[in-house]
Ligand binder design. Structure first.
Ligand code: HEM
Length: 279
């Protein structure tokens, strides 16, 4: 009897884990098999027929040996799961940055410094208009703080529900009947004054910049643990988390160039008349 209950519980958990994935796969199949050929199919076929390699994530997938079918599924997944999510964070973080002149000044000052200091962390290629690498973006603490604060102030996914498996469960001493949908309130967590302090409702990237003291470093560690819940947790965690963080780092670097500089201040690839940001 106990074994049956354990099996049923496990089955419920497995089903819960795969349901999001299955939904995505169903959408993929629908887009893939629907006629006329889907956007993803057309896109992949055009790319595979192109003689010159691209310089983007699709090329990376091709280089890593993904088949045509896998590429079509990846494209669909990127659009369904990775487009609006990341785009919303970009819009909301940018809105808060523009609305906070001191933060904007600090953000631009860090990038000015990185671009113009001879022995900075940016390679000559990036300084001359190349796309910033992920490793380089990670060396810009204020830029990373803007990304984290943007994800915190507008945790777009809201309630991330999970269904209690067959047989029910007990969470923090609360007995939950099977089938109950339990959501974690990310909006509440990301604005909780017990974690973020009295200014929880204010966009303040500085909160992510610890001093040298152990206490403030421990505090940032704790905040990071809460903030990263916007991507879910454990085996359910967002599969695109690293990609999203990479995209956000690159986008905010570009944003700092495109939106806030005069044309003649922009870095240009050597010998080119166009600016770095217009690619
Ligand atoms: C800032 C951007 C993003 C946020 C805040 C976000 C957030 C989330 C959240 C909360 C979940 C559900 C986790 C759970 O069920 O507990 C999720 C799932 C998922 N995300 Fe993201 N996501 C983002 C970007 C992306 C990107 C760029 C991709 C891929 C291109 C992606 C692919 C996925 C996939 C495939 C799942 C399903 C994972 C599974 O069920 O195993 N996400 N995401």
């Amino acid at each position: 009897m106990a074994d049956e209950a354990a099996d049923a519980k496990r089955e419920g958990q497995i089903w819960d884990g795969v349901h999001g994935w299955v939904c995505l796969r169903l959408c993929t199949c629908y887009l893939h098999t629907n006629h006329p050929p889907s956007f993803a199919t057309k896109f992949v076929d055009t790319r595979l027929a192109q003689p010159q390699p691209g310089h983007d994530i699709i090329q990376s997938f091709i280089n890593h040996g993904l088949s045509r079918d896998q590429l079509i599924q990846e494209i669909t997944l990127q659009i369904l799961a990775g487009a609006d999510t990341t785009a919303t964070v970009i819009r909301m973080a940018l809105l808060h940055l523009i609305a906070n002149p001191p933060s904007l000044r600090n953000f631009l000052a860090e990038i000015d410094n990185a671009l113009h200091v001879a022995k900075g962390n940016l390679s000559p290629a990036t300084k001359n208009g190349g796309i910033i690498t992920t490793a380089e973006a990670l060396t810009l603490p204020y830029l990373q703080a803007v990304v984290r604060e943007g994800l915190r102030i507008y945790p777009l996914t809201g309630l991330v529900g999970k269904q209690v498996p067959v047989g029910g469960d007990t969470v923090h001493g609360y007995k939950l009947p099977e089938g109950t949908v339990l959501g974690q309130n990310l909006w509440g967590l990301c604005r909780d004054k017990r974690t973020w302090g009295a200014d929880a409702d204010i966009f303040r990237p500085e909160r992510w910049l610890p001093g040298k003291d152990v206490e403030s470093q421990a505090r940032v560690k704790e905040m990071t643990g809460v903030q990263e819940l916007v991507f879910g947790y454990g085996k359910y965690q967002c599969l695109g988390k690293n990609l999203a963080v990479m995209e956000l780092g690159k986008v905010f670097f570009e944003v700092s160039l495109l939106l806030f500089r005069k044309e003649d201040e922009l870095p240009r690839p050597e010998g080119s008349t166009s600016t770095a940001a217009i690619r």
